[in-house]
Design a protein. Structure first.
Length: 430
């Protein structure tokens, strides 16, 4: 197994001997001198190979090597200000582990479609590598926050039988002759779990048969969801703010190098609570002033969210949505039954919704009534209704789209850039 990585070698004192395993990212030659940029998971180091300093024949062999060939290089560490990061490895011997059989097809200036068709190769790029490390740092920070705050991680099924977020975006499938769907959200299972675990979260894929070809929709995305017994809307907003901040902070702490590589300036203060809060009614006013024809009861589309979110410099909550604008499980506000005790968190600068959540109806009869009002059949929600029959308590929860958050944090051109292998209406390959 490999023990020494590029970043370790860069820290070794001048004159140390080191052996590195990695891939040829690029190669340049100057007469009797060859430069290889050797890439591994931790970074890139310059390897210099001089004719006469390596065994006979290997200079010519290496000079012919194609990009992305896997090699093993042994040499001596040299500190040289001309080398990237001031360190290079002076090659003494080189061995080819896996030769590239063809010219590596990913080059500068290549079209996006080609890159997506060849995503399995493109993910080797420093840019994608950095994004994936930031993604890992984001998830790690989230898990750490949940751990510190007494939440239990659970795992929920992906095959389900009733819609959480409406029938329009359900992926239908044949489950041994009966109809089933891919889950849109783990919310209902989390609601079941709070009766034993009280504060739960899960991080797993959700699916939406969403044909909208926007820059913020995936058909499969990673959904971070949490559900809290005895929490009301106010409590929930605080949880969301604190978690969101911890996630941004965690990325700034753990992925500074990757943020720099992407040229992203992320100031954790931008996500420092408290976040501004406006009601749905106030959001409608702002949108109408901006010339949008939005009616009471409409949910906001990408255009509305983008324009609204340009008005803010921090993430902000839109609370108390019209009851007809969101799913049936949201708790109508006793102070104004036209709206529900729910909230979306929108990110600033035109990015829009990253979190959706709210307080759930915990009364049995009220839930049946709202299911009917939404044109659904209470029979389809039998087990979910059961939860209101045995010791039901007030509770609240939310869902956060991991890729949406990265899209905003890293100012990515498209949400698919936040995925290793994105799934969109047009793409299930590779
Ligand atoms: O607002 P949504 O639909 O809410 C729910 O699914 C709730 N049941 C969650 C809960 O309360 N437990 O989705 C939550 C978040 C959105 O705010 C968004 O960030 C992300 O999931 N999301 C998507 N991300 C990428 N592509 C899509 N098609 C997405 N749909 C939702
Ligand atoms: Mg939503």
């Amino acid at each position: 197994m490999k023990k020494l990585y590029v970043e370790d070698v860069k820290k070794l004192p001048e004159g140390s001997e080191a052996t590195l395993l990695g891939w040829v990212r690029s190669k340049r030659s100057h007469g009797g001198l060859l430069f290889i940029d050797l890439r591994d998971s931790t970074g890139i180091i310059q390897v210099t190979i001089r004719r006469g300093e390596v065994p006979d024949g290997s200079f010519e062999y290496v000079a012919r090597l194609r990009r992305e060939s896997a090699i093993k290089v042994s040499g001596v560490v040299k500190h040289d200000p001309r080398a990237p990061d001031g360190v290079e490895l002076r090659c003494r011997s080189i061995e080819v582990i896996g030769e590239s059989l063809d010219d590596f097809p990913i080059r500068k200036g290549i079209k996006i479609k080609f890159l997506l068709d060849n995503r399995h190769l493109h993910i080797r790029s420093p840019r994608v590598t950095a994004i994936m490390k930031i993604r890992a740092a984001l998830l790690k920070a989230a898990r750490r926050w949940f751990e510190e705050n007494g939440f239990i991680e659970i795992n929920c099924p992906s095959f389900i039988t009733a819609a959480v977020e409406g029938g329009a975006t359900l992926f239908k499938l044949d489950y041994f002759g009966r109809e089933a769907y891919l889950t849109q959200s783990s919310q209902f299972y989390q609601e079941a779990a709070i009766y034993s675990l009280e504060k739960v979260y899960s991080i797993q894929p959700s699916f939406r048969a969403e044909l909208s070809r926007t820059r913020r929709h995936l058909t499969e995305f990673w959904h971070l969801e949490a559900e809290i017994a005895y929490a009301e809307l106010e409590d929930l907003l605080e949880v969301i703010e604190n978690l969101f901040y911890a996630m941004v902070e965690g990325v700034c702490e753990q992925a500074e190098k990757e943020l720099n590589l992407l040229g992203v300036k992320l100031d954790p203060d931008v996500a420092k609570p408290p976040y501004p809060r406006i009601t749905y009614a106030e959001a409608l006013e702002i949108l109408r002033r901006k010339g949008f024809d939005v009616k009471w009861g409409d949910d906001f589309g990408a255009d509305e969210e983008r324009e609204l979110s340009k008005e803010f410099e921090k993430p902000f909550f839109v609370t108390h949505w019209a009851r007809e604008s969101k799913a049936f499980y949201h708790m109508p506000d006793p102070a104004d039954p036209r709206v529900c005790k729910n909230a979306d968190l929108l990110t600033p600068g035109g990015y829009g919704e990253v979190v959706g959540g709210g307080q759930r109806i915990h009364d049995y009869n009220q839930l049946i009534e709202r299911i009917r009002e939404a044109g659904l059949n209470p029979e389809d929600y039998k087990w979910y209704l059961d939860l209101r029959k045995y010791g039901s308590v007030p509770h609240s929860g939310f869902g956060l789209g991991i890729e949406r958050m990265l899209w905003w944090m890293l100012k990515l051109p498209h949400i698919r850039d936040a995925c290793l292998f994105p799934r969109t209406p047009a793409r299930v390959y590779p």
